[in-house]
Write a protein that binds this ligand. Sequence first.
Ligand code: ZN
Length: 490
Amino acid sequence: MQIISELLVYNTLSRKKEKFEPLNSPFVGMYVCGPTVYGDPHLGHARPAVIFDLIFRYLMHLGFKVRYVRNITDVGHLEGDADEGEDKIGKKARLEKIEPMEVVQYYTNRYHAAMDRLNVLRPSIEPHASGHIIEQVEMVKKIMDSGYGYEKNGSVYFDIEKYSSKHKYGILSGRNTEELMAYTRELEGQQEKKNAFDFALWKKSDPEHLMHWPSPWSEGYPGWHLECSVMGTKYLGEQFDIHGGGLDLQFPHHECEIAQSVAANGKMPVKYWLHNNMVTLNGQKMGKSLGNAISLEDFFAGNHQLLDQPYDPITIRFFMLQAHYRSPLDFSNEALQASERGMKKLLSAVRTMERLGTSDKSTSNISEIRDKCYEAMNDDFNTPILISHLFEAVRIINSVNDGKETISKTDLELLNETMKTFVFEILGLKEEEKSDSSMVDNLMQTILKIRHKARENKDWATSDMIRDNLSVLNIKIKDTREGAEWYIED
Ligand code: ZN
């Protein structure tokens, strides 16, 4: 298909847009760094999930067979930045006196629930770091065999100076070793390392550390960067197509992943590195310590002092897709409310489209709109441009509906297919979630309308049947001058 050959993606590694040519087309291997599961998912979790869901959906739409791996980090994510401090999940387990795996399960469930509401498709494989300790130990051995790892007091570190003498460390972020030195100088607890910027492959555990495994070096646990190298290799091969994640992971996490894979397997692991930009809230960086990390649950329920109202999960999804994934995105009540209005307009036009009449000829060029939608997505997944073309379609739909323009039958079919493909299948939007109570009320209004019609036609049998059946459910109907009302009798 013509469309496939034209897809351009911005590769962080080359710092330019490149034609997307998978290593083994039509198969595509895509790895995205997933969540660390020790707290409720918040906005920062939603953006990479939604963005890579968009990419996953679009690649599948183009006909690629995508194996999408997104990991669950459940071990090795420490409180400190310098391979020191308590494991975040272990700490939560200790404080709450529960098993670390209970913490992991609890927050994984909550993550899934939030992602489902954002209409994020589940990945093909969702591996846990703790389920791949044997493979991680094997990779540390390979790195040591190739001479890039060294042991000190039961812990193993990656030797960046030695690696830099043969390879380029910092290739992704463009940082050099002097900058690394400046970055790591202030960090605490560097005594065991040859150089402050070396990173841990394996850490010997302290006695109070809850999660630990045997290894040739010590009873301990793997360094955080190792899991992604290991699980990427295991499920997608030593070289695969796409590696994604938030821009905050580019350095040091992804840089370390590259170094580990090159050291262990002798090749660059990834063809295209894709990074989404970060979210801010009212212009400020978000973070637990800053007190403005609003959980997704709170967004959906409107339960936070910074929020004016609840926001439908799909509104949040739409808002994220209105910005290009490589641009920063600022959340504010005003911006979300504008998105809410925009999305209602879009979805309402899709409903209007269903009942449009057709004419002999069209006043607008529908196939041009369809082509522009593909062009936008093929230009590094440019969703804001795509959405602007969809709104041009909205304008045409409303104009035809008002009798100001006409559309042919063939063009209406093309428009219908274009709108449904891009709005639902690719952008992953859907009608607003209805709460159970509003759903029940809508159903009751329908039933009352049928009863009203029956009474008008003097069809007493139907009218009585509705009353008797509702009565069994303790639902009573009261006729008033304005029409019928319903209530539940205690
Ligand atoms: Zn990762």
